[in-house]
Design a binder for this molecule. Sequence first.
Ligand SMILES: NC(=O)c1ccc[n+]([C@@H]2O[C@H](COP(=O)([O-])OP(=O)(O)OC[C@H]3O[C@@H](n4cnc5c(N)ncnc54)[C@H](OP(=O)(O)O)[C@@H]3O)[C@@H](O)[C@H]2O)c1
Length: 339
Amino acid sequence: MSNFCYFVDLYWHQLTFKARPLPDDILLGGQTAIVTGSNVGLGFEAAKELASHELSRLILAVRDPAKGEAAKAEIARVAPKCDIQVWQLDQESWGSMVAFAERARTELDRLDITLLNAGLKRLEYTRSPTNHEAHVQINYLGTALLSLLLIEPLRRTARQTGKPGRITITASSVGFNAPVRDVLSPQGGSSIINWLDNPASFVPGESRYCLSKLLDMFWTRALASRLDASDVVVNTLNPGYCQSAFHRVDPTAEKASKYFAFTTVEGGRHLTDAAVRHPDSHGAYLSEQRIRSFSKFILSTKGEEVQQKLWDETIALFREECPEAHIGEFAKGKSSVDR
Ligand SMILES: NC(=O)c1ccc[n+]([C@@H]2O[C@H](COP(=O)([O-])OP(=O)(O)OC[C@H]3O[C@@H](n4cnc5c(N)ncnc54)[C@H](OP(=O)(O)O)[C@@H]3O)[C@@H](O)[C@H]2O)c1
């Protein structure tokens, strides 16, 4: 899709599409859901909507437990019977993510829905404590690692219930507008992740955020191709351009959001729709609450090569930088020596 068509499509949907809430007859009694980044914004609204459909247990996975408790109190008002728990999770810390997943593995008797939603946008280069560029770390590596670590409880539940678990990754259509040269021919060596971590690759503005969402789409496809849809259905979605604190670092986007953006509630509805409905969406991308095609680049032979390379690099990185993470059958990646 050309840039022009991309923006026409974006604005057309922003101005005409109205996200529907989950139908009343969707009842989630007995089920457990984890929502990351659920103290505010789209994650909060999605968590609230899931809870209000009789969800039995909701894990609010949040960086700041005090903010999580405030969110819990608000959600409890609409879903007093839901067991709402606040668990600390920082996607800038390998230790925090591993401890979170271990807790899920050992404390949850079932896990049905995992909504990997936490993310950020920065217009300037920032390095995470793990030494990766912040979008790479939080939006991509953190999401990818959690998706691997939570497969075990999802699969275990699928075997008990005879119904596949769900992993939904919040991406964005901006991923289709990312500068693909950075993943096609990374400079400074052959590694995509090393290149994106390098401050020399950073162009001030939104492009690194867009790239991180492109990586999320590649990861969704790569992971889905390695999972059986009868165990876990993995999909990714575009919530559209939404009002939330997300755009606080970007005055232009924040100002425009007053005119074009969906409300935060509407944004959350895109998340719940992808996480609960569409059982046929394994490896798929949803936008406007329906399955839509990935970009031509993602689907091309070159895109497939990037997807495989990114998978190999990511698995090797987890083995090296986070050896305490049990990534089981996925650990058979190349080591950094091969990268
Ligand atoms: N808003 C939009 O227009 C839009 C459009 C497309 C896609 N999205 C995607 O939707 C998702 C949610 O965005 P939003 O609009 O709801 O933004 P938001 O209101 O800023 O919420 C982002 C959430 O992510 C959490 N988070 C950030 N860094 C984290 C970390 N290191 N560890 C754990 N959690 C972390 C935040 O926690 P704190 O509150 O502690 O910072 C917050 O809960 C993001 O993935 C975003 O890329 C948003």
